[in-house]
Design a binder for this molecule. Structure first.
Ligand code: PHB
Length: 391
């Protein structure tokens, strides 16, 4: 009997050991599975495409690989719809069994992704959505952002508008996390410097029926307006604000998404707009120039902030995975490397905060022709306060 048990154990080991080491091997050889969850339809469709383009450009510069491993992509169009987000992200995590999640643009969608990433310990890089919670109460060692928190551009603009001497401001945005938090960041800085937000106007995402709200702005006669819109909605808002004749009497300012990736469509209506963002088209550095040239060559399109964020999402992954020789199972080692690295971004070099959000310069920009030109740094090395993050 004993002999038989030994023999059984030996043969089990003979089968199981190679299987185990085979598994371990598969974690740093073979293809890395990357799930791209982005909007390819709706008001943010162009943003999703720019992010994917930027991400793939960075990979192409590395021979199409991440940390030396071939990449297999799985894609989901999230439609910027938070109500479908949990099902969508589960398609990538449970059905496709991706190693890495990249997404998304919309804050509500990204929060659902962060929850699933946290519950399943899947590596997530957010290449746009600014939801403060993602690097706040939901922060985790496997959750990273290559973009910004909604607080950051808003806060920078609060200081800029106060410095310009504006006292009474109306805000206008979509009623969801990104709009609310952008206005909150703005208000925090603006009111600290003595300004006052006299009215907070909102409409549901992704509505673009601005007329009644523009009439209300005209009647309120504030010193200026602060806004957060993006994508297709930003195009229409800037055109409607201009067409209503408000530009002459009530200056319009915004988080830079209002004029990023939108200038071709906005045309003259956007001329001279001042915005704050972590990127500007004309940053005269070798890094930005080579990025822009490579992007134009690859896609016959000018890059924007979304392309930069996609590119940097790939850079963050390259750095983290290279530190563990492509072995995604070495999560603690990878996290330690990502905490230490400096990303050589087209926006300028940046590091991640303890909560894994970029600490970065926020530029004041002005629209000239089809470009957002930097007028200088509005907030130097601005970090998100990461309220509620325990890590
Ligand atoms: C967001 O929902 O967080 C969001 C969407 C589009 C932007 C910026 C932020 O351009």
């Amino acid at each position: 009997m004993k002999k038989f048990q030994h023999a059984l154990l030996a043969s089990l080991c003979a089968v199981a050991l190679p299987l185990l080491s085979g598994n371990a091997l598969a974690q740093n050889t073979g293809k890395i599975k990357v799930g791209l969850m982005l909007p390819y339809t709706g008001t943010f469709a162009a943003l999703g495409t720019a992010i994917e383009n930027g991400f793939k450009l960075q990979l192409a510069e590395q021979g199409g690989k991440i940390a030396g491993r071939e990449v297999e992509f799985f894609k989901v169009d999230d439609e910027s719809d938070p109500s479908k987000a949990t099902d969508n992200v589960n398609k990538l995590v449970k059905r496709d069994q991706v190693d890495i999640l990249v997404g998304s643009v919309h804050s509500g969608v990204a929060m659902a992704m962060a929850k699933v990433a946290k519950d399943t310990n899947t590596l997530l890089v957010v290449p746009n959505a600014g939801a403060d919670a993602v690097t706040g109460p939901m922060c985790a060692p496997n959750i990273y952002r290559s973009s910004f928190s909604n607080y950051q551009p808003g806060y920078a603009m609060g200081e800029v508008m106060a410095k310009k001497g504006h006292k009474k401001v109306v805000t206008i945005t979509w009623k969801y996390a990104a709009g609310d938090e952008s206005v909150k960041g703005f208000k925090e800085a603006f009111e600290k410097k003595g300004g006052q937000v006299v009215k907070e106007l909102t409409l549901p995402f992704p509505n673009v029926e601005f007329q009644a709200l523009l009439t209300e702005i005209a009647a309120t006669k504030p010193d200026a307006v602060y806004t957060f819109f993006a994508g297709g909605g930003a195009v229409k808002f800037v055109k409607d604000y201009h067409a209503a004749g408000l530009r002459k009497t009530i200056p319009l300012y915004g988080a830079g998404f209002i004029t990023d990736g939108t200038l071709e469509a906005q045309g003259e209506a956007a001329a001279g707009l001042l915005t704050t963002l972590h990127y500007a088209d004309n940053l005269e550095t070798a890094r930005n120039n080579s990025f822009r040239l490579a992007y134009v060559k690859a896609y016959k399109l000018q890059p924007d902030v979304y392309a930069v964020q996609g590119y940097d999402a790939a850079q963050i992954l390259q750095a983290g995975l290279t530190a563990v020789k492509g072995d995604v199972s070495k999560k603690a080692e990878m996290a330690a490397a990502m905490q230490k690295m400096t990303i050589n971004s087209p926006r300028g070099p940046f590091k991640l905060s303890k909560a894994n959000n970029p600490i970065q310069d926020i530029y004041l920009r002005e629209v000239k022709g089809r470009e957002n030109l930097s007028l200088g740094v509005a907030s130097k090395q601005l970090a998100d306060p990461a309220r509620g993050c325990r890590m």
